[in-house]
Design a protein around this ligand. Structure first.
Ligand SMILES: *Cc1c(COP(=O)(O)O)cnc(C)c1O
Length: 392
């Protein structure tokens, strides 16, 4: 997160970041148009973007918010999580995937992942369900959708809300269905390293009208009518119905989002092309280098990998060396992620620690993310491949 992105790290001959936004003249024009309009925030572009995103994901509703973290928080709020409730969450993710439960007073219960894909293991989830469990948060790690064929019936059987943290997977699909339509609530991030960007930003998609309505109130301080609705109704009166936040996304950002969304399918194609080139180049290097999700071994049919990250596994004893050698060659490798249950906050407040999720803990020691973004040139890809080969 953060590192490896932003204006201070433009791709150059010397440094290739692990992720980077694509912004063109159309994007810039769209934002400037809004700057000259009457509405900088909570105006018509918000609804327009929400409608476009909902259509893209094949769902009825999208609620735009100010970040992926806000999206997760809104989803957990919509799911009705409160003090004493348990939320089962994969440990192989960014901390926000679990923090969102804590924001509402809930208790994250960490589930281990499957070694072959580092996605939440449905058997682990089943074992960790108690009378207090209210929701499951599954993360489409690196962009590959989780095993929803197992997770959806499990959630139904136990009356749990299934939340997809799909921050890596926008633009992907699972067995012919778009990411964003696979769980009760799906959260997205539009941070610059993600599959498309609004600068900062996020959204939740759902088919549940009541959940969408409540999340719109939640993102606006818990106030039941927004400023534009009051303007149009010629009314000053508003009430705060519940505790909410300022999680609004601006019209500037939504205009950028609308412009970016049009290009997303092409970008996902390019991300998969690059991944396939890496796969081919690294296949002969096993077991020193093992791609996590080789294109030839996607476990489901009619599935498009969202390819936010290109993750390889290297022997744990060599990870630190490979990391620093690649960085020295100007290749912006990263590690995604330290398992959430190993963060000091969770150890201190939830009593977690080593041994809780052994598969994720062992995998973590081997992980490296290589540069992957649509504007990566074939020449850059070749440079990354050669740099990896030279570390051997
Ligand atoms: C990026 C990310 C988030 C947080 O999104 P922000 O927009 O940075 O708040 C949450 N979960 C996952 C899996 C992410 O990759």
């Amino acid at each position: 997160m953060g590192a490896g992105t932003g204006a201070f790290l433009k791709p150059s001959m010397s440094f290739i970041p692990y992720g980077r936004q694509s912004v063109d003249e159309d994007d810039i024009r769209a934002v400037v148009e809004v700057l000259k309009s009457d509405w900088l925030t909570t105006g018509p572009k918000v609804e327009e973007f929400e409608k476009a995103l909902a259509d893209f994901c094949g769902v009825k509703y999208a609620v735009a918010v100010s970040s992926g973290t806000a999206a997760l928080h809104a989803a957990v709020y919509a799911a009705g999580i409160g003090p004493g409730d348990e939320v089962i969450v994969t440990t192989m993710s960014f901390a926000a995937s679990a923090n969102c439960a804590v924001f509402q007073g809930g208790t994250p219960v960490f589930a281990d992942v499957r070694d072959e894909d580092l996605l939440i293991d449905p058997r682990e989830v089943a074992q960790k369900i108690t009378k207090k469990t209210k929701a499951i948060i599954a993360v489409d790690y690196a962009g590959l959708p989780c095993n929803y064929e197992a997770l959806v019936p499990l959630a139904r059987k136990h009356g749990l809300v299934l939340i997809a943290d799909a921050c890596h997977a926008l633009g992907g699909s699972y067995q012919g269905r778009a990411v964003g339509s696979l769980a009760d609530l799906s959260a997205f991030s539009f941070h610059p390293v993600k599959n498309m960007t609004t600068g900062e930003g996020g959204a939740v998609t759902t088919n549940n009208e009541e959940d969408a309505r409540r999340m719109r109130i939640f993102r606006n301080h818990g106030i039941t009518v927004d400023f534009r609705q009051r303007m149009e109704a010629h009314s000053w009166y508003y009430e705060m119905a519940d505790l909410g936040w300022n999680y609004r996304l601006t019209d500037l950002q939504c205009a950028l989002g609308l412009s970016q969304l049009k290009k997303l399918p092409g970008w996902i194609k390019r991300r998969n092309e690059i991944a396939a080139r890496y796969d081919d180049a690294f296949a002969p290097l096993a077991p020193a280098i093992r791609p996590l999700h080789p294109s030839s071994r996607i476990p489901y049919s009619s599935t498009i990998h969202g390819r936010h990250l290109y993750v390889i596994r290297v022997p744990a004893a060599r990870r630190a060396t490979v990391f620093s050698e690649l960085r020295q060659r100007g290749i912006g490798v990263n590690v995604h992620y330290l398992p959430i249950h190993l963060h000091p906050f969770y150890r201190a407040h939830f009593g977690t620690g080593p041994g809780l999720c052994p598969v994720a803990e062992a995998a973590y020691e081997e992980l490296l993310s290589l540069p992957l973004y649509p504007d990566l040139t074939d020449h850059d890809v070749q440079r990354v491949i050669e740099a990896v080969q030279q570390t051997l």
